[in-house]
Design a protein around this ligand. Sequence first.
Ligand SMILES: Cc1ncc(COP(=O)(O)O)c(C=O)c1O
Length: 403
Amino acid sequence: MAASLPASWAAFQSKLAAAPPATSEEYWLMVKRQFPLAENLLYLNAANVCPSSRPVLDRHLEFLTDFHRNPSFQNREKYDGRKESLRSKLAKMMNAGAGEIAIARNTSEGSNIVVNGIDLKEGDEIVITSHNHPSSNDSWKVRAKRHKLVIREAQVPVPASSPQQLFDTVAREITSRTRVLAITHCTSTTGNRYPVAELANLARQHKLWYHVDGAQTFGAFHIDLKAMDCDSFAGSAHKWFMGPLEAGMLYVRQDRIAELWPSVVTAGWSDKVEGARKFEVYGQRDDPRLVAFEAAVDFLDLIGMPAVEARLEQLVTRLKQRLSDNAAVHLKTPREWTVSGGVVKFMVRGKSTRQLYDKLYSGHRVALASTPAGESEGLRFSPHIYNSMEEMDRAAAIVKSLS
Ligand SMILES: Cc1ncc(COP(=O)(O)O)c(C=O)c1O
């Protein structure tokens, strides 16, 4: 029966109970062992997709099997409660109200619900940045074409020298016609962290809808949505959150929910659907996946988001240090943790980014991402809690050997 905890879950809990402090390498090697990553793979692509831990995967498989053994309405009744417990746990983790959380399919969907749901009129202006993901920028451009809105795209300098410079780049695009500010908490392009709280003040002063794309921070940072003071925030479960594919969340601040139209309406809809739930009436969901998402919350909660964030800082700081020991490396991501996140973007002078990307995987089994050309050109490493310090050193040594 799908109510019991898998053996891997119980084993992880007992290992945690006996574990050394979360500041020790031994602790994180124990965490690393919870992941089914291939032994000969150096996985550095959390900004794209993360593996799930074995406890999360086992819980997913257990519910998936149970679902397909007995797909009756009766056996699926439990999922209503499961969805609500996922919502409450996400809300608690991020300091929000449960009614402010919609279970979306990913960041793209969450951001698109906002793009298409806000009432706007011809001539209204939307401020975006050149480093937002297409799920935020292209969707706004499509909407602008359809409803004759004006897009003002803040051009982000590479490298950005300070949070103030990022703030100023955005602030200068705001006019008396601006209605929306859509930014990215940490970018996937060069790994800049935006001064989200300061931008919230700016958005309040100008009475804007303030949307934050959290694809690169949800599951990586200890996020406090009340402190961030945004109107909406979207994240994906399959990235840093280490949950299932095609699951995600959209936060909409309580006093803004009534202003936002749903994008998909189907069976289950009514004006009485409460809170942000009205943005997730999609028809039949993949119910077992929602349990896997809940398990991913539980897994992160057992470790604690502050500890996860602190470990990510350690890993990234070490990686940047080791990469910078190599004079041929040009870091595109700021060195300081307070203005960056889990993304480390760099180029190797005199070497083709495309060829290095290929060699790193084919010759050394280092899984990464790359931008082959343009101002954000470079190789992208994005480690997470399943990586070790030794892997940070090894990745930098491999880059050196190819320089
Ligand atoms: C900043 C940012 N926003 C949104 C997305 C889209 O995420 P998803 O494909 O999970 O919707 C990504 C994906 O890499 C991203 O980096």
